[in-house]
Design a protein around this ligand. Structure first.
Ligand code: AFD
Ligand code: MN
Ligand code: MN
Length: 431
């Protein structure tokens, strides 16, 4: 199988042209950071170690419940999706893994898929099950729920699908299963709030029993949608209860868009770290709900504050298992590859900014109850332009100094457009 690729030498030529200016900016930033007793190289090395997984479903155009407007050269299957993800990794050097969604991405031959990914320099992150919609040929419907359904036969079918996801995931080298269900109620009284959760826990226990010993089970919560009155796993409290009831390798997945407006997500993160149950993230951004906008597009300070908790926890050795960082976005009005290029960089930016926080000064300000100084210490890290660090880390990792410019110059999308016929717009979007 051959895929469209970036022209050989394209990135090198662009980097060569951009390097002198980058070096100047990098050196200037180094002087500034040295005055703050921060060693530039140490931060750049940390940036080079940062990675975030790409969602297989993020390389196609998303949609809303009203419409989906297909883009040119969209991936037709998981192989095309991997080819697009490989472009993102080629340019950012920080997205070496893809998180697949089954059955959307179910391969005919998992060994072929694994080999193809390896050829592209990619691996796989958590696999996602899908019991929030009915698949063609499925015996029983998930209209009224899946893992928490009143009918044991529907629950059994949903559990079997999750076991199949684990089996597929094992064959492609994944190490985690993410479970998000659309189960819930639209009307008070429609479901027993108590019993749906009990049934969910029983189903999750069966999935966990089939989990390979080196795997983790990531439980994702979501406040609303598609259920509008009560979702079964509505918040981090329910997900934490479920993880704790299930076993030590079960943990909570925080999707940034799955909270009530105004929720202090960084505090949720701190609590999950405390509980030892922070499993991973679906990074994205939102203004109102589960908007699945590009990470850092709306509330970059919030993203920074989340990474601030993570870096602080790392420093205090409170993160024995590194959380899985994954993007979960829906690109409706942009070229998905461009959105992913920038979103990966924004996640890394928030991480690097968090690495610049003067922790000793912050501890002291907090100890002295100096609220103003404490918050200024965070702002100082956040407002530092770490662009040169990100660009240098990309360059050293084999990526592009300016990924977006390199991508736009490559003509990759036009190549895809000629090789991949546009599919008809099908139905609404996914949530
Ligand atoms: C949902 C959740 C979940 C799921 C995805 C599917 O965020 O991660 O896998 O969307 O598109 O809202
Ligand atoms: Mn998600
Ligand atoms: Mn979502």
């Amino acid at each position: 199988m051959s895929a469209p690729v970036l022209a050989a030498g394209l990135v090198d030529a662009a980097n060569e042209a951009a390097l002198p200016a980058l070096q100047e900016d990098y050196d200037a930033l180094g002087l500034q950071l040295a005055r703050r007793s921060i060693e530039l190289e140490r931060v750049t090395e940390a940036a080079g170690r940062f990675s975030v997984a790409l969602p297989s479903w993020g390389v196609g155009s998303g949609g809303t419940r009203f419409a989906r407007f297909p883009g040119a050269g969209e991936p037709r299957d998981i192989f095309d999706k991997l080819a697009d993800c490989a472009v993102v990794h080629r340019l950012t050097a920080m997205t070496p893994r893809v998180s697949p969604h089954f059955p959307w991405d179910a391969p005919g031959d998992p060994a072929e898929l694994r080999a193809y990914a390896e050829r592209l320099g990619l691996g796989f992150d958590a696999v996602n099950s899908n019991t929030f919609q009915d698949s063609p040929g499925q015996a029983l419907s998930y209209k009224f729920g899946s893992l928490s359904h009143t009918d044991p036969a529907v629950r059994a079918q949903a559990i079997a699908h999750n076991l199949e996801c684990i089996r597929l995931g094992e064959s492609i080298g994944a190490k985690a299963l993410t479970v998000w269900i659309g189960d819930g109620a639209n009307f008070p009284g429609q479901q027993s709030l108590a019993r749906v959760f009990e049934r969910y826990l029983e189903s999750v226990a069966e999935i966990y029993a089939a989990l390979p010993p080196d795997w983790r089970l990531l439980l994702e919560y979501k406040l609303y949608e598609p259920a509008f009155y009560a979702t079964v796993v509505q918040d981090w409290g329910s997900a934490l209860l479920a993880a704790q009831a299930t076993g030590p390798r079960a943990a909570v997945l925080v999707d940034l868009g799955h909270h009530a407006p105004g929720t202090n997500i960084e505090q949720v993160v701190a609590r999950l770290i405390h509980a030892g149950r922070l499993g991973g993230f679906h990074l994205n951004d939102s203004k109102y709900g589960d908007d699945d906008l590009d990470a850092g597009a709306i509330a970059p300070y919030r993203l920074f504050l989340i990474f601030n908790e993570l870096v602080d926890a790392e420093r205090r050795n409170r993160l024995p298992t590194a959380p899985a960082y994954m993007l979960d976005q829906s690109h409706n009005v942009t070229d998905p590859i461009e959105s992913l290029l920038l979103s990966a960089s924004e996640a890394a930016r928030a991480y690097v900014q968090a690495c610049l926080v003067d922790r000793a000064a912050l501890d002291a300000a907090q100890g002295a109850n100096d609220a103003l100084l404490a918050t200024q210490i965070l702002k100082r890290a956040f407002t530092t332009d770490v662009g040169p660090i990100l660009a240098m880390a990309r360059y050293r990792g084999g990526g592009a100094i300016d990924p977006l410019a390199a991508y736009r110059a490559s003509g990759y999308r036009a190549m895809c457009a000629s090789g991949r016929p546009v599919r008809a717009a099908s139905g609404g979007g996914i949530v």
